[in-house]
Design a protein around this ligand. Structure first.
Ligand code: BG6
Length: 480
């Protein structure tokens, strides 16, 4: 199968796609027969093959772990990689794709969604689409409901739904999929997985990274469109969905869609008490000074783009009625961490010493940087006298059981797309429905003129985000 990457000189290609392809090549998961598997990087600038190879090489040097980097294998890998120059606005440039051999082509669109239609149209015009072709599109798909429908509609005029792979790389993470195993492979949690026993849920995806040369993209997107609309909502779906009838792609995605449909929309009435947005000011992370968002390259003057959002969301259905889901994501925060905290309610009647602090159970599923599941339970503190309770964790650290060599998200998703497996990709209706929710949020922010709080780089975000959850009688799990 040919893999054709539109945006082959871009940041995503060098940070994620080419390293993933190299790792697959290294572990012989790509069919390493050079005549069958070719990778084409597409860009608008005029580059010789040699220059492109140098670019790929320096990207791989940068983004692969030292132990993964293997110069002689890399030179072999580069023999599968070619560069093609295409300016998307020049239909005649698509002639360059006639070098594609065989019928099986996977087109990877790592470019702005504004080009999706033009690219698909030109692929069709050059007879490059057939029943074995696949197209992978990156998020965000559109910038609101209307534009997402338009993009989906135009893709649908050239490809069938089962040929379109809308990527959300969080779904390719091992730990995210483990959520399904935890919830639907164990009876233990399912019975308490509802408003009967759960007080609230926290989903945090914090990053220490700033803009990484993506200033102009990010300044248009912000944390809401870059992270919340996709990664956080997808995690929320996996936490909140009903048990699917099977693990097949349609059953899974049907259930996720129902969650998205049940999300309570935001309005000028409920927004002020449900949402905090922020933008990072200068600060320090691990002792290194970081500049303010406003001073980053590519950011417009007086930009109001949010680099942080905390949101209290509700899912209006039987299972989750009244249970707040606190979602939080931001750039330049204190730590890189993705985790889900399920906070259970207290016992209905305390039979123990009132003075011994009885805490409520917590299930903490950490997705990054370490994959772990931690269940905090109360035990009796060993002592001769008295009956005091103490909270201790039941811990499961995945790296104690498995070598840390499983596929990373992009490796898995590329393989799945190549073999036509859609479960870990977003279906059209899911994407559109998540925009319905996000549109309500963005409109309510605009209409209420919600204040953009500043937070120092290296902090856990604006203090108002702490107040948001404190008003529910709780706090973010920042400590461990
Ligand atoms: C991407 C966002 O989708 O996810 C980036 O566009 C973000 O802004 C990245 O940095 C985070 O992914 P990960 O896998 O590093 O948590």
């Amino acid at each position: 199968m040919n893999i054709i990457i539109f945006g082959g000189t871009g940041d995503l290609s060098s940070r994620k796609l080419l390293p993933a392809l190299f790792r697959l090549y290294k572990s012989s998961k790509l069919n390493n027969n050079l005549s069958e598997n070719k990778i084409f990087g597409i860009g608008s600038s005029s580059l010789s093959q040699k220059k492109y190879h140098e670019l790929v090489k320096s990207g791989l040097k940068n983004y692969l772990d030292k132990k993964e980097y293997d110069e002689s294998l890399l030179n072999k890998f580069l023999k599968t990689v070619s560069y093609l120059q295409i300016d998307f606005n020049q239909p005649s440039h698509f002639e360059n794709l006639k070098v594609l051999n065989g019928n099986k082509n996977l087109f990877y669109l790592a470019v702005s969604p504004t080009f999706y239609k033009t690219i698909a149209k030109n692929l069709k015009a050059h007879k490059l689409i057939n029943s074995e072709s696949a197209i992978v599109v990156e998020k965000p798909i559109g910038e609101d409901f209307e534009s997402s429908v338009e993009i989906n509609q135009s893709l649908a005029s050239f490809f069938k739904e089962n040929q379109i792979f809308r990527i959300d790389h969080y779904l390719g993470k091992e730990a995210v999929q483990n959520l399904l195993a935890l919830r639907f492979g164990n009876i233990l949690f399912e019975k308490v997985w509802s408003n009967i026993a759960i007080d609230h849920v926290q989903i945090t995806v914090s990053e220490t990274l700033g803009l990484e040369n993506r200033g102009s993209y990010y300044d248009n997107a912000g944390a809401i469109k870059d992270m919340l609309q996709n990664h956080l909502l997808q995690i929320l779906c996996l936490v909140a969905m009903e048990p699917p009838t099977s693990i097949d792609s349609e059953s899974l995605r049907d259930e996720k869609l129902k969650v998205l449909r049940s999300l309570r929309l935001l309005s000028t009435d409920n927004l002020p008490k449900s949402c905090v947005i922020g933008q990072y000011a200068e600060g320090a992370i691990e002792g290194k000074a970081k500049i303010a968002y406003a001073d980053e390259a590519g950011v417009s003057e007086n930009s109001n783009t949010e680099t942080f959002i905390a949101l209290k969301a509700f899912i209006d259905n039987w299972r989750w009625s009244g249970v707040p889901f606190f979602l939080r994501t931001g750039k330049r925060m204190a730590e890189k961490r993705s985790e889900i905290v399920v906070q259970f309610k207290g016992v209905p009647h305390n039979i123990f010493n009132q003075s011994s602090a009885q805490k409520h159970n917590q299930l903490i599923i950490q997705l990054q940087p370490e994959e772990s599941i931690k269940l905090k339970i109360m035990i009796k503190e060993p002592s001769a006298s008295g009956f005091n309770l103490q909270e201790l964790p039941l811990d499961l650290f995945f790296n104690e059981y498995y070598e840390d060599d499983y596929l990373d998200a992009y490796e898995r998703l590329l393989l799945d797309a190549m073999s036509g497996k859609s479960s870990l990709f977003m279906r059209r209706d899911e994407v559109e429905q998540s925009w319905v929710f996000i549109d309500s949020l963005i409109n309510a922010i605009k209409e209420t003129k919600l204040k953009l709080d500043k937070y120092n780089a290296g902090s856990w975000g604006p203090s108002n985000a702490d107040i948001l959850i404190a008003n529910h009688g709780s706090r973010w799990n920042n400590e461990e």
